[in-house]
Design a protein around this ligand. Structure first.
Ligand SMILES: C[S@@+](CC[C@H](N)C(=O)[O-])C[C@H]1O[C@@H](n2cnc3c(N)ncnc32)[C@H](O)[C@@H]1O
Length: 285
């Protein structure tokens, strides 16, 4: 029995499953509580929750209610996380009437979560909303939390940046830079999933807030190991599950909206059938 089967045995039959993924059509608070009640542990939670900005999948709350809700979920995540595990929380901006226009949500929440905050990663993207009265926002944040600040997974070689300006530069006869590339730093330039007639990304689905696969890949390769269990409490279009599977990690996912569960299922099945049609193995890249 693999690790995922053990989870399924205790959590119950999912909406969709395969060898690497189990998707539950469930409010994540219920799902997280089930994981805790069954004494199961996950290695990493990687997610982007609703930002309380009125997208089609959310009901807008007052700012304090929203922060309480997100803290409650994050602290349930803490309870489900194994001793050396991590929590990767992607957040954008919200506005507060008469107080702030583009307030990074990280300012409101970072210290309300039990984990140790290891680092903030800035995700910088080129395209987005063009603003007239203020600067067009071109970044979101990822809070990289760990449970144990002395022991956590960090696979630097797996995410080195090969774009080195002087790769042959030497000091005392030794190459200055690692041959795999340089440390990718805490600013990651990765394109957003775009919409529009002429500029729509290839990976685009009908979900309005989709993660780019490259962003999720870098987090998964850098902060988890093969065969780890990754938890995604807000699955949306299925990106975290897809990328986990492509990188030999298991994924347990929750999504409250049945249509998005179906979208994720179809996306995963279509990818696997294309692989089969092209006679390629899942892990060919
Ligand atoms: C920002 S989107 C995530 C998008 C995702 N990163 C992707 O790549 O498609 C947030 C998702 O959380 C779902 N959601 C909202 N509240 C939820 C809850 N309490 N439990 C589970 N899912 C929820 C929404 O339906 C929405 O699909």
């Amino acid at each position: 029995m693999n690790k995922l089967h053990h989870f399924i045995e205790l959590l119950g039959e999912p909406y969709f499953k395969n060898e690497w993924i189990a998707i539950y059509n469930l409010d994540c608070r219920q799902g997280l509580q089930k994981i805790i009640d069954n004494n199961l542990g996950v290695d990493c939670t990687l997610t982007s929750p609703p930002y309380n900005i009125g997208k089609e999948y959310e009901k807008v709350l007052s700012t304090s209610e929203y922060i309480d809700w997100l803290s409650e979920i994050s602290n349930l995540v803490y309870e489900t996380t194994a001793q050396n595990g991590c929590y990767l929380l992607n957040l954008g901006y919200l506005s507060i009437e008469n107080s702030a226009r583009a307030l990074p949500i990280t300012y409101l929440i970072w210290d309300k979560i039990k984990f140790y905050l290891n680092q903030e990663i800035v995700w910088n993207y080129g395209a987005g909303v063009a603003c007239k009265n203020y600067l067009s926002p071109r970044n979101e944040k990822i809070l990289w939390y760990v449970k144990n600040c002395d022991e956590y997974t960090f696979n630097l070689d797996a995410i080195r940046d090969p774009d080195v300006k002087y790769p042959n530069s030497k000091k005392n006869g030794k190459l200055r830079t690692n041959t795999l590339g340089k440390n990718p730093s805490d600013v990651w330039q990765i394109a957003k999933v775009t919409t529009g007639a002429n500029r729509s990304s290839q990976e685009r689905t009908k979900h309005p807030a989709q993660f780019p696969e490259d962003l999720v890949s870098r987090m998964i390769l850098g902060f988890t190991n093969e065969n780890d269990i990754i938890l995604e409490p807000f699955l949306g279009s299925g990106t975290t599950a897809m990328v986990a599977m492509k990188n030999k990690r298991y994924c347990i996912a929750f999504e409250i909206n049945g249509n998005y569960c179906e979208l994720s299922k179809n996306r995963i099945e279509q990818y696997l059938s294309e692989m089969k049609y092209e006679n390629r193995s899942l892990f060919d890249g």
